[in-house]
Ligand binder design. Structure first.
Ligand code: FAD
Length: 491
């Protein structure tokens, strides 16, 4: 009988770990607290609309290709993927619209229009970013980062310098580009996903490469199609999924786990992958001496934003929106201060609107619009119904003013999701949406470790450990965690 591994959590990292473990010949059971797979990428249907609850940007298509190929399938076999062109729209002000084209030559022309001479700089910036992306994907993101020794070969040391770990993204962008809009285009992925560009290593220009070169894609039917494809692949390899099954304890004996408990129901395991939020696992599922970190450690960590989200069904279409729309008409500096430096409720937030029904008629009733509004806010704030409504009114007013369309009287479905809901639905520490901020001291070997130092057959996976937040990194995290389980069971 092959060894049995329990995976806690069925987000991208959990299903990825399950697939990799099944391929290695283990019996695998994924135990999920919620009613369906996907974690932060789950979905719901209401009044003829289908809403993806979390991720909406499909970046780094190569990682999804790699994933499905690893298990004898392909993206094309699982879902119909299309490239968006333009990739997205930015509202810098009422009549200041910039659409980011898919074609590099059109992007070059756009940069030249915004800042004469910047096209050449863009070429160099993206070439450097491509080199970093290639090194990062080949040599770095698949490392478990247990020790600095993993980076000790000369080739790796050289690579660390090429990766510009010790230069900030801000310095890199500001030294090459003077135009405010260009600077915002290049800094927004870092702001939204993690931290101040002045604290973020220039390594993260790999996100600009992913954005501007590899492009923005969309799986027809919605982002949940990826999860459905992954679950299909996992089940085909024999993985069992249990839903509505919140783990309440990781059972340990000496320095080993023997399985998990869902209340009084015990599931025996030879090893456990904890792919639920790291802090929740340590605080709620393990007893004091078995934890890697204490509350003080987590309290000092810099978290990426949480979010206030609105899922809206609109009667009829909304003018002047594309599939992805960023509202960058307010100060980035103030936004950064309100999220990272002095966390508080934002006065005039930047926000994002996705309208997947612009590309995909299947996510809304005929002729209607499906809108997803996301306002990044600091993790750890106490949200109330009144605050949600106050922000709803603020952003709706801006959307109406900028698009020149009326929406308020055409809302036929509305649901909000805010920090409190992240805690209830995902057991998210401080209601975090995307894990830890991408600052140097929270990168690679400085991230919370995959291995539990007291229990050798317990391995963590997911956005709070290596390589980090986002869908592609979470997929990779599960894969790396499976490798760590194999090593632990051999020793
Ligand atoms: C609103 C939002 C928008 C985002 N947008 C993007 C985007 O556009 N592109 C992108 O690449 N990334 C995006 N991200 C980030 C990305 O979604 C996450 O990094 C990724 O989905 C995290 O996957 P995970 O497996 O680490 O965690 P999760 O998806 O959170 O999975 C953890 C799972 O563990 C389960 N769980 C928790 N406790 C228990 C327990 N006790 N027992 C059993 N199960 C438990 C949870 O229910 C959950 O299903 C977004 C995230 C959010 C929240």
């Amino acid at each position: 009988m092959s060894k049995h591994i329990v995976v806690i959590g069925s987000g991208f990292s959990g299903i990825s770990a399950a697939c990799a473990l099944a391929k290695k010949g283990y019996r695998v059971t994924v135990v999920e607290k919620n009613e369906c797979a996907g974690g932060r990428a789950s979905f719901f249907k209401a009044d003829g609309f289908m809403f993806d609850m979390g991720p909406s940007w499909y970046w780094m298509p190569d990682v999804f290709e790699w994933f499905f190929k690893e298990y004898g399938s392909s993206v094309a076999e699982q879902y119909d993927l299309i490239r968006l062109d333009p990739g997205y729209r930015i509202y810098f002000g009422k009549d200041e619209i910039t659409d980011i084209p898919a074609s590099i030559s059109e992007l070059h022309d756009l940069f030249e229009q915004l800042e004469p001479g910047s096209g050449k700089q863009l070429q160099q910036f993206l070439k450097d970013a491509e080199t970093k992306y290639a090194i990062g994907m080949k040599d770095m993101v698949f490392k478990p980062c247990n020790s600095i020794m993993e980076f000790a070969e000369l080739r790796m040391v050289k690579a660390l310098f090429t990766m510009q770990l010790f230069t900030s993204l801000r310095k890199e962008v500001y030294s090459k580009f003077k135009n405010e809009k260009i600077r915002k285009i290049l800094e927004f992925p870092v702001y939204f996903l993690g931290a101040l560009p002045s604290n973020t290593p220039a390594l993260y220009s790999i996100l600009n490469y992913a954005d501007l070169v590899l492009g923005t894609w969309y799986p027809q039917g919605g982002m949940y199609k990826i999860i459905e494809g992954m679950q299909r692949v996992a089940e085909k390899m024999g993985v069992t999924f249990m839903f509505n099954a919140p783990v309440t304890e990781i059972v340990t004996e000496n320095n080993k786990t023997t399985g998990v408990k869902i209340d009084t129901h015990f599931i025996a395991a030879d090893a456990v992958v904890a792919a639920a939020d790291y802090h929740h696992v340590e605080e709620k599922l393990l007893s004091q001496p078995k934890k890697n970190y204490d509350e003080n450690y987590w309290d000092k960590k810099v978290f990426a934003p949480s979010s206030i989200i609105f899922y809206l069904g609109i009667k009829g279409k909304v003018k002047n929106l594309l599939h992805h729309n960023l509202f960058f008409d307010q100060s980035f500096e103030q936004f950064a201060d309100e999220i990272y430096t002095n966390p508080r409720w934002p006065a005039n937030p930047l926000f994002y609107v996705s309208a997947p029904s612009k590309t995909d008629p299947s996510v809304a009733p005929d002729g209607d619009e499906n809108l997803f509004i996301l306002i990044p806010v600091a993790a750890g704030l106490e949200d109330t119904e009144q605050l949600r409504e106050m922000y709803f009114d603020k952003v709706l007013e801006r959307i109406e003013a900028f698009t020149g369309d009326t929406i308020a009287n055409r809302i036929i479905y509305k649901r909000s999701f805010a920090p409190k809901d992240f805690v209830t639905r995902y057991n998210a520490y401080k209601g975090n949406a995307y894990g830890l901020a991408n600052i140097l001291m929270q990168t690679a070997i400085f991230k919370p470790k995959m291995r539990n130092k007291h229990i050798k057959n317990l391995i963590y996976a997911g956005q709070l450990t290596v390589p980090g937040p986002g869908v592609p990194p979470s997929l990779i995290s599960g894969y790396v965690a499976a490798g760590e389980i194999e090593k632990a069971l051999k020793n």
